[in-house]
Design a protein around this ligand. Structure first.
Ligand code: MEV
Length: 323
């Protein structure tokens, strides 16, 4: 198929997991929120058959024939991006070369869903070159892209970056997933990035090992997590931020017991609680990344964490969109 445009931009929101990370991989429910920090991806057609990324964080290029011939796989940040671009173009029966510009409003590796947001924005941007934009297709392809990052993604990150808002997510039998939009009223979050980077796939694999070694204990944690998550749906609906805060703390304790928190994440949670937070927890895969908190006096918390990359986040309602 011939592209209808020579250039296109799309963007997708980053996210936080409010409740249920890791257990969601094993079929338990999770609550996720899209935040008003986006990743923009611009693609423009080149007059050769190369993919080139050249921006602040990533500089890399590859010719499309190399992707096809060499069973392309390496551990650079650009690998899932190039392969996702290739697969998306293949869906349109096209082999054009692309300049790919990525602009993120949060640091990569901060545990805020940057990988799914890059994939969703890239897929939407390329699809838009051919005049088509279908959120369901973008979700399915973003899920495939996430499999390049770790082998067993729940699908929660692709779901929230595509839909926006706040959702309850449950993996049933792939490709079936339950995605339920939740009321979020005036929910706002304080997000504090620990500055510790981690590799999601490694942490997910550690949890897999823990589950295999201690199935009973894991089951107990997973059931507690489910209880907390379902109570949180009610608390969110009732704008009961005191209860929501306590549930966040309980979820953090569970994740700590699972071994995915770090000393620094625990310290940030503690410090947030000492400075007026109603609740706080690590978010995402853990092993670093970010802490989320809710508070009545948000500015007090921001001042507390001046030495960190910290910000107040509102909920993004759009999800992935063409710009
Ligand atoms: C990563 O953002 C969330 C995890 O639950 C993995 C997943 O859901 O695929 C750790």
């Amino acid at each position: 198929m011939k592209p209808l445009k020579i250039s296109s931009t799309a963007s997708a929101p980053c996210k936080v997991i409010l409740f249920g990370e890791h257990f969601v991989v094993y079929g338990k429910p999770a609550i996720l929120a899209a935040i008003d920090k986006r990743i923009h991806v611009n693609v423009s057609i080149r007059n050769d058959t190369k993919f080139v990324i050249n921006n602040k964080d990533i500089h890399d290029e590859i010719s499309i024939s190399n992707i096809i011939e060499s069973n392309y796989k390496h551990d650079k940040l650009s690998y899932p991006i190039f392969l996702t671009a290739y697969n998306t173009l293949r869906g349109f029966d096209s082999r054009v070369g692309l300049d790919i510009k990525i602009d993120s409003q949060v640091p990569f590796g901060s545990g805020l869903g940057t990988s799914a947001a890059v994939s969703a924005a890239l897929i939407a941007s390329i699809s838009n070159l051919f005049g088509s934009f279908n959120k369901h297709q973008i979700f399915l392809q973003t899920l495939e892209a996430e499999k390049l990052i770790h082998a067993t993604p729940s699908g929660a990150d692709p779901a929230i970056t595509v839909t926006g808002g706040v959702i309850m997510f449950r993996k049933t039998k792939e490709p079936d997933m339950l995605i339920m939009p939740l009321e979020y009223n005036d929910l706002r979050l304080i997000i504090i990035y620990s500055g510790e980077n981690r590799i999601t796939g490694d942490i997910v694999n550690n949890v897999k090992r823990i589950r295999e070694d201690n199935p009973k204990l894991f089951e107990m944690f997973a059931n507690k997590n489910e209880e907390i998550t379902l109570d949180a749906v009610q608390a969110l609906r009732n704008k009961d931020y005191n209860s929501l805060g306590s549930l966040m703390l309980r979820n953090h304790e569970l994740l700590k017991s699972l071994g995915v928190s770090t000393r620094r994440l625990d310290e940030i949670v503690e410090k947030a609680m000492q400075n007026g937070a109603l609740g706080a927890k690590m978010t995402g895969a853990g092993g670093g990344g970010s802490v989320i908190a809710i508070a009545e006096d948000e500015n007090r918390l921001l001042n507390t964490f001046q030495e960190y990359y910290a910000f107040i986040a509102n909920i993004d309602k759009d999800g992935v969109r063409v710009e």
